[in-house]
Write a protein that binds this ligand. Sequence first.
Ligand code: COA
Length: 325
Amino acid sequence: MPGSRILGSGSALPSRVVTNAEMTTMVDTSDEWIVERTGIRQRYIAGDDETTSSLAVDAARSALKDAGLEPADIDLIVLATATPDNTFPATATKVQHALGCHGGIAFDVAAVCSGFLYAITTADSLLKTGMARRALVIGAETFSRILDWEDRTTCVLFGDGAGAVVLEAPDRSTSVENGGPGIIASRLHADGAQHDLLYVDGGPSTTQTVGHLRMRGPEVFKHAVVNLSSVLHEVIENSGISADDIDWIVPHQANKRILDATARKLKIAPERIIVTVDQHANTSAASVPLAFDTARKDGRIKSGDLVMFEAMGGGFTWGATLLRM
Ligand code: COA
């Protein structure tokens, strides 16, 4: 069955840039350490007037404009976030109201850094059933609000931002097998046994606080390379294409060394990997759509290209989606 196709994309970043040099005034770190171990040079940090929903709305408006559509054309909003405005209701409903979309479906997806992969796969499935016609799939985060700003092993790694795509239900007159646009294959996974390697130490039903991000970085790193290589192989095999056919990999932007190691395992040329971690740091669920929008707007990703999204995050959760533009 052909999959849904992307009609447009957009993104939004907070106005404040925090460079590695500025991070050295907060914790015992250095530009050299951060660049060498992660590839990160700067991150964007939300101000008091910027929230997950405000970034999501800006990204969604930009995606609608890019697609040439109006809010009234949208009947499904799936928003991936681990940093919602409120515990409830879903931030997606706030975004729906701010955009002026009436009726339809709106909900959040919590799969942390692979949230956008979970969200786009869920939206694609709903569109295929005919439950909705056009979806906004958004990844939006304000991770700065859950960082322990005294923990140098985590606070240097993350940033805030949002990315969005407009997805349309499959057009049955074209087929992705014949080179038409659309999602070709997706795979999602989870392994709750790895909870303690990457989690937030708070929540409504445990501590009644928001909590802070905790991570055993080196262990997460090893799992990330193994899980991402494995799910990429799975999607490639499932879709009947060869890794050589892929024009662009748009990975979750956690660490440049993870991107390089995964590419080496798959024998994919580094120039085919979209890298924005240097500019945005790890923006969790926002990172894939932010990187995708960056590469579309600068002209690298074009109509007809074969594009692979991939991500891994807390849970663990991980997944990949292959699509033709
Ligand atoms: N500045 C300077 N030194 C730092 C530092 C910082 N910001 N953070 C840690 N260090 C120190 C450590 O204390 C350690 O010192 P020690 O050897 O004296 O104990 C040393 O640097 C090495 O730390 P280590 O954690 O082994 O480094 P690493 O090479 O594994 O890099 C990460 C750390 C976090 C960058 C890396 O493990 C990583 O990216 N992991 C995956 C993270 C990820 O992808 N998370 C999100 C998944 S969605």
